[in-house]
Write a protein that binds this ligand. Sequence first.
Ligand SMILES: [Zn+2]
Length: 378
Amino acid sequence: MSEFAIHIDSAFDSGNIEVRAIHGATATLAIRRDAHSDFFQWFHFRVSGAAGRELVLRITGLNAAAYPGGWEGYRACVSEDRDYWGRADTAWDPHTENGTLTITYSPESEICWFAYFAPYSMERHHDLIAQLAAEPGVIYRRLGQSLDGQPIDCLTMGDGPVQIWLQARQHPGESMAQWWMEGALDALTDPANPHGRLLREKATVHVVPNANPDGSRRGHLRTNAAGVNLNREWHDPRPDRSPEVLAIRNAMDETGVALCMDVHGDEAIPHVFIAGFEGIPGITQAQLASYHRYLAILDAQTPDFQTRAGYPIAPAGRGNLTMATNQIAERFGAVAMTLEMPFKDHNDLPCPDQGWSPERSAQLGRDCIAALAQWIMG
Ligand SMILES: [Zn+2]
């Protein structure tokens, strides 16, 4: 039976793969670039007809991907039920066909799914928004719309004077950021969660679970429908190229911002870490001390966070004000931060079966809310 060729499909929400050749249960593949852009790294596809056979999936041309350093030590995500996402055996060879990732996997089922990280669909996004909008004390607002005409959704909760903003998925391929949002929103709205209750008493929390719905649905790594990296637009967002950022920044201008977390994933670094705003021209010692206090609280809160590994810190006065974290810190005098979760694993506490996962992302969201509740008590 093994002479029958497998089938590979990707014409669905956040699907992305190009099929170059299929022979039996071996496929040669490539990743499609983000529209109007050179970025690519996100893949998401389905394989059928492979039950009981060993699949060999070769994704080629990856030295030209956005972050070639992301492939070393990376294992592809795989699911047979679209609920539990494990990891498949994966080998990286930078010297074959301009960089080839070879995934081998023997599915029990006729259909299995592969992705760069466990996908988070726009349908699940709408389920999340509908569920949360019906919760007592939660205000839903449509901040604007994307170039493809999708809504930019915002949920606001709490009665306190401190304005906190949480946003995720400016970079749509970083789907762990929206799994983080599920955990954070659960902590914020569960009546039995004391951290969420305290935070809603002391603060008003504004949550944008998906800042780039077009890139998400199109299966992009990093950009919106126009091929624009939204996290380089915060100094001057434009209606014709970055309406998503314009809508969110205008809403922030109305409320002001005391603290903002911008949630992301990092391709290369196998740790959870946070990047700050050290390079902004208007930085104050009080602002910086408040930021460091949050890092220390979160570090004590969960072993799934650390402060040793991360990005280099920008020199004084050299912060890039096109990025959300720097622009928000400068514009509002806020504590702003970019939270990065790994595509690989958090090597301080590795999980061989799943690597970094949706479940761990959601738990980190809950822990970040607990840390915020402690931070706000000063
Ligand atoms: Zn990112």
